[in-house]
Design a binder for this molecule. Structure first.
Ligand SMILES: NC(=O)C1=CN([C@@H]2O[C@H](COP(=O)(O)OP(=O)(O)OC[C@H]3O[C@@H](n4cnc5c(N)ncnc54)[C@H](OP(=O)(O)O)[C@@H]3O)[C@@H](O)[C@H]2O)C=CC1
Ligand SMILES: O=C1CO[C@H](CO)[C@@H](O)[C@@H]1O
Length: 279
């Protein structure tokens, strides 16, 4: 099976372009799901404190017997921990739960522009944990251009990635272009829109032409656009299917056919108005 390519982040760290997502995997199923993904060949796991399964992600990783340096692990700062002094405590807890000494990538999960802690302050906490070696790279998630501009103007380190919702119904062309201009890699969350795009006739047509599944051509579309993806599945056959993306190529016409499905439709919250802090 063809290898997953690495992409180089703006600080020189390499990240596999395809990973495994863990949102909505119940803690009791996570250990096995992660072990399965690593068995299939994934070497990149995306988790978050918010998902409540970091401990089990760590267990699945240890079950695999793989060396720490062979698996790229991302986690995210939960919404209740934006105060600068809380950021270090939050990553320490994630490291303890995952039972690793360092994360490969740590992200601010949401900008929360309406709360009383400014995300610029939060980012300064992120810069400090990076300098302290707790993460090999730091980035953001769900940041819009206006949020990124404030970080650019008021802080030192450019985020390595911006993890945002991207799929054929939300192609995010402007924000992706802005990220690219600044050397920020786009990570596409919910890359198959949690399954919503898979019956789309245009996607089914491209899939039939290539003898691939709708999920495979949708993920391949994201890969050829240069984004990082980490589809989630607890179904082994789908975990395998979603990994088999590197033995075929979409044409420019296929890419255009999928891109034109955009209707700016989110499956998740709007980052400009989402300000939820867990109780
Ligand atoms: N930063 C952020 O705010 C966010 C980050 N994320 C990250 O992105 C990851 C991926 O996004 P997610 O929201 O999970 O959604 P996805 O777009 O990855 O879709 C997951 C859903 O699609 C199903 N599925 C997976 N593969 C296939 C397939 N080949 N054919 C048919 N159905 C399939 C899964 O079912 P089943 O499991 O039953 O097989 C599941 O219901 C998350 O797990 C998380 O790591 C997600 C949301 C927000
Ligand atoms: O990562 C996440 C999973 O999806 C949720 C709902 O869309 C988000 O709130 C969260 O950021």
């Amino acid at each position: 099976m063809a290898n997953v390519p690495n992409i180089t982040l703006n600080n020189g760290v390499e990240i596999p372009q395809l990973g495994f997502g863990t949102y909505q995997i119940e803690p009791e199923n996570t250990r096995e799901a992660v072990r399965t993904a690593l068995e299939v060949g994934y070497r990149h796991i995306d988790t978050a404190e918010m998902y409540g399964n970091e401990k089990e992600v760590g267990e699945g990783f240890r079950d695999s017997g793989l060396a720490r340096e062979d698996v790229f692990i991302t986690s995210k700062l939960n919404n209740g921990f934006h105060a600068e002094a809380d950021v270090a405590k939050a990553i320490d807890q994630s490291l303890a739960d995952l039972q690793v000494e360092q994360l490969d990538l740590f992200l601010i999960h949401w900008p929360l522009p309406g709360i009383d802690v400014d995300f610029v302050e939060t980012w300064k906490g992120m810069e400090q944990l990076y300098r302290d070696g707790k993460a090999r790279a730091i980035g953001v998630s769900n940041f819009q251009t206006n949020h990124l501009n404030r970080l650019r103007d008021q802080t030192d380190i450019t985020p390595a990635v911006n993890q945002i919702e991207v799929h054929p119904y939300l192609t995010q062309d402007e924000l992706r272009a802005y990220n690219a201009e600044r050397g920020i890699l786009t990570e596409a969350w919910s890359p198959i829109a949690q399954g919503k795009v898979l019956d789309d006739p245009a996607i089914v047509r491209v899939a039939e032409r290539h003898g691939k599944s709708p999920a495979q051509v949708t993920l391949r579309w994201a890969i050829q656009r240069g984004d990082i993806v980490f589809p989630k599945s607890v179904t082994r056959s789908r975990v395998e299917e979603n990994f088999a993306l590197f033995d075929f190529e979409l044409s420019e016409d296929d890419i255009t056919a999928i891109s034109t499905l955009n209707r700016d439709e989110r499956t998740g919250p709007d980052p400009d108005t989402f300000n939820m802090i867990p109780s």
